[in-house]
Design a protein around this ligand. Structure first.
Ligand code: SAH
Length: 230
């Protein structure tokens, strides 16, 4: 009887190891094919994408699809972005140790976790209370001590914590919210999808240099809408 129990424990332990290995394998393959394979080369971005366990940021029933080359639903009509887009938006702001970054659209907390692997502090704002609460709990459980989550309309930014080295907006706005431009440091970068809800959106890179603001259209994308209120 005793040896049977030991065998069963050994079996379950090895099964759970196989499971976590299975996700590690899937994650490494995702980074190789979907991210490096499409030209992302920033070392810190690649390392962060390898570290963050994306399967812990999606609904239980979608765990097996967490490393697929597409966005996934996270409830409340919202989505976690496609891995490549997360990596693209991360690389473009040139995140480094010592920096402070603001994200608008916490969603699952995945993009915030990727940024938190690299920079010193991440401030992230989510307008849907339930998503904000669950992301905050998830990030806490995963021990991301350098992420602050706020439930509010991100249009106004996070004045008390400004200015930011970079701002990452993960919902599509029809125009760039002026308070966000204001809260960008001199020399800072903001990446934001701009366009009409669900169609004709572009990722736009905004740069502030000597108080001059420039903007550049990068790639066509499709994000959930930036909503207002709260
Ligand atoms: N970055 C997320 C994906 C976000 S989807 C992740 O990694 O999972 C976009 C999110 O932006 C949604 O959760 C949506 O509720 C939120 N959002 C939309 N408008 C917003 C606003 N004005 N302020 C804050 N969050 C907003």
């Amino acid at each position: 009887m005793k040896s049977l129990i030991i065998i069963l424990i050994a079996l379950f332990t090895s099964l759970s190891l196989v499971q976590s290995d299975e996700f590690r394998y899937k994650r490494e393959r995702m980074v190789r094919h979907q991210i490096e394979g499409r030209g992302i080369s920033d070392e810190s971005t690649l390392k962060a994408m390898k570290n963050v366990q994306r399967h812990l940021f999606v609904p239980e029933e979608l765990k097996q699809n967490a490393y697929d080359d597409r966005p996934l639903p996270i409830g409340y009509g919202q989505t976690i972005s496609q891995p490549y887009i997360v990596a693209y938006m991360t690389e473009i702001i040139l995140p480094r140790k010592g920096q402070k970054v603001l994200e608008i659209g916490t969603g699952s907390g995945y993009q915030a976790a990727v940024l938190a692997e690299i920079v010193d502090t991440v401030y992230t704002i989510e307008i849907i209370t339930e998503l904000s609460n669950s992301a905050e709990q998830r990030l806490k459980k995963l021990n991301y001590k350098n992420v602050y989550v706020k439930n509010a309309d991100g249009y106004y930014g996070w004045k008390e914590a400004a200015p930011f080295d970079a701002i990452v907006v993960t919902a599509a706005a029809e125009f760039v919210p002026p308070p966000l431009v204001e809260q960008l440091k001199d020399g800072g970068k903001m990446i934001i999808p701009v366009g009409s809800p669900f169609l004709n959106q572009n990722l736009v890179l905004i740069e502030k240099k000597k108080n001059k603001v420039t903007s550049k259209n990068l790639i066509p994308v499709r994000f959930v809408p930036f909503t207002r209120g709260k």
